[in-house]
Design a protein around this ligand. Structure first.
Ligand SMILES: Nc1ncnc2c1ncn2[C@@H]1O[C@H](COP(=O)(O)OP(=O)(O)OP(=O)(O)O)[C@@H](O)[C@H]1O
Ligand SMILES: [Mg+2]
Length: 248
């Protein structure tokens, strides 16, 4: 479904991604972990063609995104659902219109179909009946759930989550984890989650990619990563700081 080969990206003289390579099969569920600033968000922006690499290949469904026109990229992006940090809802649109947005963008204009699909995903995230509420009336966790509903309403083949639970309390984070698992299991959707939350990584990632200093340090099953005896992996997973190494 996704193939990344020798992907490198620098900003000025700062090499952020250094010869990254991995593949994601259809229906797989991957967690990407790594320290702040290692390039996780930059990497997933490459997967949807929001950034293009200095060198390397990014293929989605067999098509190389590198060198595609903006028009071609728009078609590729329709295969994706995205939930980024902060739900990024449109403040001036109500819940139903926020969720309908990706459907309308892909050309759907059948209002009864739109209403049906909006209700279906609102049900899935347990927010049935909130159609007419404005984002400002919702808690952070509810906004996240609306963001999740919006990310799946057009039935994407792949869903990307960038820090879906950052900034939420542990109980709300747990509910978002459960909803992400529900989405994965109901739609058999290929899922990639970037997270600092090891519980979320463990629950959602059947496979875990640990990025370190711009490279794939470890790409293995969740069991192998969480039981790894490698000192750096253990230190990261347990969140132990070596003060000499931390750049505050
Ligand atoms: N558009 C840009 N222009 C210049 N530098 C950038 C740009 N986007 C990202 N960077 C730099 O690339 C590096 C990696 O950023 P990125 O946002 O991918 O980190 P991250 O692993 O997602 O971190 P976090 O866990 O804090 O979200 C950072 O040093 C950042 O400053
Ligand atoms: Mg990030």
């Amino acid at each position: 479904m996704i193939e990344v080969e020798n992907l490198s990206k620098s900003f000025g003289s700062h090499l952020v991604l250094d010869q990254i390579g991995f593949e994601v099969d259809e229906g797989e569920s991957i967690a990407i972990i790594g320290r702040s600033g290692t390039g996780k968000s930059v990497l997933i922006k490459h997967l949807i063609g929001l950034m293009s690499p200095d060198s390397g290949i990014v293929k989605v469904g067999g098509q190389n995104l590198v060198g595609m026109s903006e028009r071609e990229l728009l078609l590729v992006r329709q295969k994706f659902g995205m939930l980024f940090q902060g739900a990024a809802l449109f403040d001036s649109l109500n819940v139903a219109e926020n969720i309908a947005f990706p459907l309308r963008r892909t050309g759907c204009s059948d209002e009864s179909e739109i209403n049906r699909r909006v209700d279906e995903v609102l049900n899935l995230v347990e927010l049935a009946g909130t159609n007419l509420k404005m984002p400002s009336e919702l808690s952070g966790g509810m906004q996240k759930r609306v963001g999740l509903a919006r990310a799946i309403v057009h039935r994407p083949q792949i869903i990307l989550y960038d820090e879906p639970t950052t900034g939420l309390d542990p109980i709300v984070s747990d509910s978002i984890d459960q909803l992400m698992m529900r989405v994965r299991d109901k739609y058999q959707i290929t899922s990639i989650v970037v997270t600092h939350d090891m519980r979320c990584a463990r629950r959602l990632g059947q496979r875990v990619i640990y990025l370190r200093e711009g490279q794939v340090y470890l790409d293995a099953s969740a069991g192998e990563v969480f039981n790894s005896q490698d000192a750096l992996v253990k230190q990261f997973i347990r969140g132990e700081a070596n003060l000499k190494e931390v750049n505050f």
